[in-house]
Design a protein around this ligand. Structure first.
Ligand code: PLP
Length: 387
């Protein structure tokens, strides 16, 4: 496809359908087959068609990597067996003694990887409790090699200024990595804003159907892919061809799904804002949101995640969690079906209670991953559960 059409000239919606989807050359199959082979027959030693062994490269994975790179506007992409395997690959581009500056409200698994795996390895993590680029800058020094952010964050939905953070990061010669799992390339393209790496848990919106675990790294510059693809092959945390196929099928409808996620989430947030049973509704479109103006400028839609702080104690909150019917009480997010998560007990349990509560993740906070069902049905379900 890239050979026939100029990628730069195509819009995202077109790329999501066509990048990495060239018809198969032997039969003409419009949808490329799933290449389940582990190995590739060579004509003579070392003479092959670019594939030798499926840990190193596999055509189904290569197709998925092509659409990921196109979607994010990067020069290359590498797919991994999970979002954390992709994160791990980026952390491995550093060396013991280096440090990484991250926003404090990071994905729980990223925090756990930094604190319980990479700390012993010799990578120091510094956390900014403040979203401002100046606060990040104050934590940087000559040993800072990476700045790691998510935007919007999970579950407080703070929005960070990617362009401004890229400037301060590059000012000390470090790289900026943006975990774009929540926004997806449909709502936000970090590479255009100056990021060097984009990371995805493709488990979430990209796969979109809650049926496959996966991850990816996309780089702005091809040269930055070299250590990542070396690590991908050397450490071997690769996704299988079936998983790549499923996630690739998912990404084709990403744009349509994101429109509905955003529409429904906004309806839910605006309906429940000021509700008698709620202490607070967090969603970037609300006037109470501290980063509303930045979200409007940086994103093309406010996303599919809404956070509620429920009035009353933990038991009251549990009652709500048990009473929802359409929303499944489950970890994860980004699927077509609506999910409800209690971060303190579920996704963020690996963060010590004191730290968690300081960041606002109390026992009364729930995170909604608003699906693509009918918004009125979702609102009715949440109303009866709060009731
Ligand atoms: C889920 C998630 C991850 C981790 O991805 P896995 O596929 O579960 O390994 C990383 N970052 C964010 C923002 C996530 O939501």
């Amino acid at each position: 496809m890239e050979s026939k059409m100029k990628r730069d000239a195509m819009k995202l919606e077109t790329l999501l359908i066509h990048a990495g989807q060239e018809a198969e050359s032997v039969t003409g199959a419009t949808i490329p087959p799933i290449h389940v082979t582990t190995t590739y027959t060579q004509e003579s030693p070392g003479v092959h068609k670019g594939y030798e062994y499926s840990r190193s490269a596999n055509p189904t994975r290569a197709n998925f990597e092509a659409v990921l790179a196109a979607a994010e506007g990067g020069e290359a992409a590498a797919a991994f067996a999970s979002g954390l395997a992709a994160t791990n690959a980026i952390f491995h581009t550093m060396r013991p003694g280096d440090n990484v500056v991250a926003f404090a409200d990071a994905y729980g698994g990223t925090y756990r990887l930094l604190e319980r795996v990479f700390k012993h390895w010799g990578l120091q993590a510094r956390y900014s409790e403040d979203t401002s680029p100046a606060a990040f800058k104050a934590l940087m020094d000559g040993k800072t090699k990476l700045v790691w952010i998510e935007s919007p964050t999970n579950p407080m939905l703070r929005v960070l200024d990617i362009r401004a953070l890229a400037d301060v990061t590059h000012g000390v010669g470090a790289k900026l990595a943006v975990d774009n799992t929540f926004a997806t390339p449909v709502l936000q393209r970090p590479i255009e804003l100056g990021a060097d790496y984009v990371i995805h848990s493709t488990t979430k919106y990209i796969g979109g159907h809650s049926d496959v675990i996966g991850g990816a790294v996309i780089v702005k510059k091809k040269a930055d892919m070299e250590p990542v693809s070396f690590y991908q092959n050397a450490a071997g945390g690769v996704p299988g061809p079936f998983d790549c196929y499923l996630a690739h099928r998912g990404i084709k409808t990403l744009s349509l799904r994101m429109k509905q996620h955003c529409h429904n989430a906004r309806r839910v947030a605006e309906h429940f804002d000021g509700h008698r049973e709620l202490e607070r509704v967090i969603y970037p479109s609300l006037s109470s949101h501290p980063d509303r103006a930045l979200a409007e400028r940086q994103m093309r839609g406010f996303g599919g995640i809404v956070t509620f702080v429920i009035k009353g104690d933990r038991e009251r909150c549990f009652r709500f969690c048990k009473r929802v019917k359409l929303f499944s009480l489950a970890e994860s997010l980004g699927g077509v079906e609506s999910l409800l998560n209690h971060p303190a007990i579920m996704t963020h349990a690996s963060i010590p209670k004191e730290i968690r509560e300081k960041r606002g993740i109390t026992d009364s906070l729930v995170r909604l991953s608003v699906g693509i069902e009918d918004a009125d049905d979702l609102i009715a379900d949440l109303e009866q559960a709060l009731g």
